[in-house]
Design a binder for this molecule. Structure first.
Ligand SMILES: *[C@@H]1O[C@H](CO)[C@@H](O)[C@H](O)[C@H]1NC(C)=O
Ligand SMILES: *[C@@H]1O[C@H](CO)[C@@H](O)[C@H](O)[C@H]1NC(C)=O
Length: 189
């Protein structure tokens, strides 16, 4: 019998800091750890706690260029895209999209109402701190219904922002220094 070869644990450490009482993530730091199968399980369990993901970085990061779905389908891809959008001052797009993804999974009505209002005041309303770029008809529809939100309240807006990211930001991401640096790192490992 022989043990399986050491697997790469692709690890993203997110450092939180507080700015005006809000949680902010700084640039994710990528750390690769090589460990054997027994210790791997323990480490993977620990890693999840710290937002680390056991993944093959080579396979993973090259797949990001196949489609925006592949990129947004994993936490490390979301973080890389977020870092890129931050550099373009359009981070609100991914933050809104992620907020909508979480919103749609909400199970309780009180939580849904609180969350809908938070998303509305952070991203949707005119002069919101992270106001997203949607047409005024869509914005008006959300505003009309914000007092009686449902799980589909942000669907139209989320779709619009998704196509905006897919059309405008994603092609630039693929050519960006952020993504090229990640690819180079993966190739050198
Ligand atoms: C706003 O809501 C109405 C009624 O549901 C719908 O017919 C219309 O297409 C919506 N407008 C936009 C821009 O989504
Ligand atoms: C507004 O809310 C009503 C009642 O919940 C719902 O039937 C309608 O589809 C909603 N409209 C929009 C644009 O979300």
């Amino acid at each position: 019998m022989f043990s399986s070869p050491p697997k790469t644990v692709f690890c993203i450490l997110i450092f939180m800091c507080s700015i005006n009482g809000r949680r902010h993530t700084t640039t994710p730091i990528t750390v690769k750890v090589y460990i054997g199968p027994t210790r791997r399980t323990t480490l993977e369990k620990m890693a999840i706690k710290f937002c680390c993901f056991p993944k093959d970085p080579l396979e993973d990061t090259t797949a990001w260029s196949e489609s925006i779905d592949k990129l947004l389908g994993c936490k490390s891809g979301q973080l890389a895209f977020q870092e890129f959008l931050r550099s373009e001052y359009s981070e609100e797009n991914i933050l809104f999209w992620l907020a909508c993804e979480d919103y749609k999974k909400i199970k309780s009505t009180p939580e849904m109402i609180i969350s809908a209002n938070r998303i509305y005041s952070e991203f949707v309303q005119v002069e919101a701190p992270r106001q997203i770029n949607i047409d005024c008809g869509t914005r008006a529809n959300i505003t009309k219904n914000i007092s009686q939100p449902n799980l589909n309240s942000f669907d139209t807006a989320q779709r619009l922002i998704y196509s905006l990211m897919a059309r405008d930001c994603y092609p630039r991401f693929l050519k960006s220094e952020v993504y090229q640096r990640i690819l180079t790192k993966a190739n050198n490992s």
